[in-house]
Design a protein around this ligand. Structure first.
Ligand code: GLC
Length: 728
């Protein structure tokens, strides 16, 4: 039933039938030698009608990692996950699908191996839900590629996965600054005021998003001239302030005579079609729309070129949304609903259970699988494929259209590109945020876990809507979330229409002051964050890692609410209401604790390995630097690149020897691929009651402007030696 080909020492591809070429994999598979093969290691195979089940008997100690954007614990055991991209804004615990499909997992235990199924429609992972010891993966097709990664090391499995699907995307350096958004900045004036407010309050900020209200009647690639009379001028003025504007882009093209996107798309046959060959109709924000057929390369080029409207204004960041694609209703769905309401009306006097059931019908009108089965894509070879068969690739291809053309529109310029929907491989050209969460405490832990799982999939540059998108937030929740967000690569406060505004100044003076300090702390960490990000991509090691990827033993396997942020720093956010601290575990080595609030105030303390309760007031976040490793800080600024970084502060607990490889580049181009970057190798050795410090630099094109380094090096007994060093 399968053919098999060995791709590397660790990676084997098992092919069933004739898989659709999804674009997830960057390796040329076809030149490989495939051999007949009937078994798959580890799994028992069951064929059931047109489905294939892969069954694995789990041992008690097995832990399952991965699956990217899914709910539930970091250890994926005990739940069912269904990969079929969906726009579901209710991220409640029982949900099985979200916006992206990421069928890559690592099983770590009695056997250790990784698995990736490259198949672009529904796949079910039942990981010990139906039967607590059974992992059952169901692919309802005979045409797919299955990869097995055979290594005992979780990090080598991830490396193999990146070799296969590509390395993570690298945004510009300013993408590591703070970002503000809200669905309902209704006018240019409002956006300008938000920018002004950041500068007045002294809260650093690099990006402001314009959500759907900047468009004319929600028509993609248009601007509402009444509300945003001078969008371009706004972009320029904000740029002067160091703030970049990022517009949202939705795929549905409004059906409206004389609207150029509609007229062009219709004339050129660029839209998805229904079973009769007519352009398929589904309603989203603008009302009835057509969906561009992104699975076709000509359509992708057409679409991608439309971003010129914005790149001509100097915009270098985009937010591709609604690309599952989200369907509010189809005309047929709406007709059914109207029929239902009419029948209720007839029976109005006695309606009982019918009204209750009508609620269900109402919910089913959106994102209905039957609707996804009712339209088609014309592929490059002219053949038609039913959308349902390739459903999970829609957002991937919309984003590919953007990424490919941005390379043409802005050659050698890095861009910030977010997509809501995703599939493996999207991580090499863009990234995702975690979608429409809520201002619930429960969603902070979801954020923490998903951050770790998404990093395993190569979505290094990710984060959630800080403060929560739906529902009203409290000052306490937003503060705690701003603390967590300060230690996620993508740091954006975003909220929904009709919810309580949650920009840092929307609460009280004290909360504002706390949030200013947190954001400044984030900017102080910038040299470390950027350097670690770039080193992680280079080394193909997740930027954010669970503790169990770094330390041994059963105890760390249970830790899901602390994580490594880069190689040196462990973050233990407070994510529960009214808490003034938290319990945490410090594995294996000594740790230098900084329960941080203000960047300038550092009360550091050395901890032995063990379990602790650490106090952390509302303005504080517990951070821990690993023994024999270093972090780097610089003076915070209003936005990334406002000032040259000429001084660094290096902090660490060195009981023996620590080396830090500080990396920097121009932050905006791809010249680093040609060797245009700078490194400082900071080497610190413990010597009697002192530290020997050695700094070497590699800086062929004069990237580094560091003139002075302040060292704050702690010894195991908590004593500190402070020294300054002049560089160059
Ligand atoms: C979707 C997005 C959300 C955005 C809203 C309006 O719900 O996920 O972030 O604000 O649409 O565009």
């Amino acid at each position: 039933m399968f053919t098999k080909t060995q791709l590397t020492q660790y990676t084997t591809l098992y092919r069933s039938g004739k898989p659709f070429k999804t674009g997830a994999v960057i390796v040329d598979l076809e030149s490989n030698d495939f051999q007949q093969n009937d078994t798959i290691p580890y799994f028992q195979i069951e064929e059931e009608n047109n489905k294939i089940n892969f069954i694995y008997k789990m041992s008690k100690e097995d832990v399952v990692y991965g699956l990217g954007e899914t709910l539930g614990a970091l250890n994926k055991r005990g739940k069912i996950y269904r990969f079929y991209n969906t726009d579901d804004p209710e991220h409640t615990p029982e949900k099985m699908s979200l916006y992206g499909s990421h069928p890559f997992m690592i099983l770590d235990g009695k056997n250790t191996f990784g698995l990736f199924i490259d198949y672009p429609s529904e796949i079910i992972f039942d990981i010990g839900f139906t039967d607590k010891d059974i992992l059952k993966i169901t692919v309802p097709s005979k045409d797919f590629d299955l990869y097995i990664f055979d290594s005992d090391e979780k990090l080598s499995i991830i490396k193999e996965y990146f070799n296969l699907t590509g390395k993570p995307y690298i945004p510009p350096k300013w993408a590591f600054g703070f970002q503000q958004s809200r669905w309902s900045y209704f006018s240019e004036e409002e956006v300008r005021n938000v920018a002004k407010k950041f500068r007045e309050t002294g809260i650093p900020c690099d990006v402001i998003y314009t959500d759907i209200d900047y468009m004319d009647s929600y028509k993609v690639f248009t601007i509402n001239k009444d509300k945003f009379p001078n969008y371009e001028g706004m972009v320029k003025d904000l740029k002067e302030m160091g703030i970049k504007v990022i517009p949202i882009i939705d795929p549905g093209v409004k059906i409206e005579k004389d609207y150029s996107m509609y007229e062009e798309g219709k004339e050129k046959g660029f839209f998805c079609v229904d079973e009769n060959g007519n352009d398929f109709v589904a309603a989203v924000w603008p009302g009835p729309t057509h969906f561009p057929n992104f699975l076709n390369s000509e359509v992708r080029r057409w679409w991608g070129k439309k971003y010129k409207l914005f790149t001509d204004m100097g915009i270098k960041g985009f937010w591709n949304d609604m690309n599952e694609p989200s369907i509010f209703y189809t005309p047929k769905g709406l007709d059914n609903l109207i029929e239902l309401l009419k029948s209720l009306e007839k029976n109005k006097e006695n309606a009982g259970i019918e009204v209750f059931l009508a609620r269900e019908t109402l919910l089913k009108i959106a994102n209905n699988r039957e609707d996804y089965k009712s339209f088609y894509h014309k592929l490059d070879d002219g053949s038609l494929i039913n959308h349902d068969m390739v459903h999970n690739l829609y957002g991937f291809n919309m984003t590919k259209a953007t990424a490919d053309e941005l390379k043409e529109l802005c050659p050698n310029e890095r861009y910030l590109l977010l997509s809501r929907s995703s599939y493996p491989g999207l991580h090499r050209m863009a990234s995702i945020w975690m979608g429409d969460n809520k201002s619930w405490w429960e969603h902070m832990i979801v954020n923490i876990r998903m951050l770790q799982s998404l990093n395993m999939m190569g979505f290094f540059y990710t984060g959630a809507d800080v403060g929560g998108f739906g529902a009203d937030s409290s000052a306490e929740l937003v503060i705690r979330w701003m603390e967590l967000g300060a230690f996620t690569p993508f740091y954006r406060n975003h909220s929904a229409l009709n919810t309580r505004p949650q920009e840092p100044w929307q609460f009280d003076e004290e909360s504002l002051n706390i949030m200013r300090d947190i954001v400044r702390l984030r900017y102080a960490f910038l040299p470390y964050t950027y350097s670690e990000y770039m080193n992680s991509v280079k080394e193909s090691v997740p930027f954010v890692k669970p503790l169990s990827f770094v330390f041994e033993g059963d105890r760390v396997k249970d830790i899901e609410d602390q994580y490594m942020y880069g190689e040196s720093l462990m973050v233990a956010p407070v994510y529960e209401q009214n808490k003034k601290g938290r319990y945490l575990h410090l594995p294996e080595v000594k740790w230098l604790n900084w329960t941080a609030s203000k960047y300038e105030e550092r009360n550091m303390k050395v901890y032995e390995p063990g379990d602790y309760y650490i106090e952390a007031d509302l303005n504080e976040i517990p951070l821990f630097i690993k023994e024999n490793s270093l972090i780097l800080l610089s003076e915070p600024m209003n936005y990334v690149g406002e000032k040259e970084i000429t001084e660094l502060t290096v902090i660490g607990l060195v009981s023996d020897h620590a080396v830090y490889n500080y990396y920097d580049d121009d932050g905006t181009t791809y010249n680093f691929t040609k060797g245009e970057f700078g490194n400082l190798i900071i080497d610190i050795t413990k010597a009697d009651n002192d530290f020997k410090i050695d700094v070497k630099s590699y800086d062929p094109v004069n990237i580094l402007k560091i003139k002075k380094i302040h060292f704050e090096i702690y010894d195991s007994d908590g004593s500190v030696i402070k020294k300054d060093m002049i560089i160059g």
